[in-house]
Design a protein around this ligand. Structure first.
Ligand SMILES: N[C@@H]1[C@@H](O)[C@H](O)[C@@H](COP(=O)(O)O)O[C@@H]1O
Length: 261
């Protein structure tokens, strides 16, 4: 795991955009894995800025979202399909027909999840998966106790996650759906490269567990320790509980040019 502790959340987002820009230049038909939530918004803004500067084009790219609420119509402002359009895809030149998400309105949930897995495979797999992290250590919506081998499926959200996300529903906990469709941890681990971004002290414990804790379904993001190409980009507050922060800073500062994101 590469752990980068930036001076600020904005710097972390800019470093993440560097990594994605490099991947897009190497493969214009890159397949991106998109996360919702507030954490990746800085990355999306930075990519949009670079696009308008001519530094990047996503015209040949495609994308797969991590997860979706069950029961919200796709045009609901908090449906992840709408959120990703608002925060990212409408600002860049990616073809909207090439942006995919799990179907949270499907009658046959199992078939919808199997179809989603098949669509990812048919696209050749995800090249760069962007991740945030929940305060309880979830990635996508893989809540604690999720199988580390799980595939796309329906999950029940924890009360903590619904409380955390109620800020997007005017603070109304009852308005936050109780279920979601989410890529599984096994699905996420098949991405070729994974980029997790976190900021703020509320994420510090989840980050400590993710980077330094034992691999355990109690903290689902710890499964990322099993992946060979993970970059974790943090602001100082999110990194504040790491025992080995000085070591990570030293490693990052001394990376040879070819190893830099
Ligand atoms: N399903 C999403 C996750 O993909 C996201 O990483 C996480 C953190 O959200 P935020 O970045 O807003 O803190 O919560 C949501 O519930």
């Amino acid at each position: 795991m590469d752990v980068g502790i930036a001076e600020s959340a904005a710097d972390a987002a800019s470093t993440a955009a560097d990594l994605i820009q490099r991947a897009v230049r190497a493969k214009p038909e890159v397949v991106l894995g998109l996360a919702t939530g507030s954490s990746p918004v800085g990355i999306y803004d930075e990519l949009a800025r670079r696009l308008s500067d001519g530094g990047i084009s996503l015209a040949a790219a495609s994308a797969f979202m991590l997860d979706e609420y069950v029961g919200l119509p796709p045009d609901h402002p908090q449906a992840y399909r709408s959120v990703i359009e608002d925060k990212f895809t409408r600002k860049v030149d990616i073809d909207p027909a090439h942006v995919h998400g799990p179907d949270g309105t499907a009658d046959d949930v199992e078939a919808a999840c199997a179809d989603y897995e098949q669509a990812i495979r048919a696209a050749g797999g995800i090249d760069v998966q962007i991740l945030g992290i929940g305060t309880d250590g979830h990635i996508a919506f893989n809540e604690p106790s999720s199988s580390l081998a799980s595939r796309t499926r329906i999950k029940t959200l924890t009360r903590q996650t619904r409380i955390d996300n109620s800020r997007f529903f005017d603070g109304d906990l009852d308005a936050v759906p109780s279920h979601c469709l989410t890529q599984g941890i096994g699905t996420i681990l098949e991405a070729r490269q994974i980029l997790l971004i976190a900021a703020g002290s509320a994420k510090a414990e989840a980050i400590r567990q993710t980077v330094e804790g034992p691999v355990s379904a109690r903290w689902p993001a710890t499964a990322l320790q099993l992946h060979p190409a993970v970059t974790v980009l943090l602001d100082p507050a999110a990194a504040s509980r790491l025992d080995l922060a000085d070591y990570y800073r030293e490693v990052w500062a001394n990376k040879p040019e070819w190893q830099r994101p």
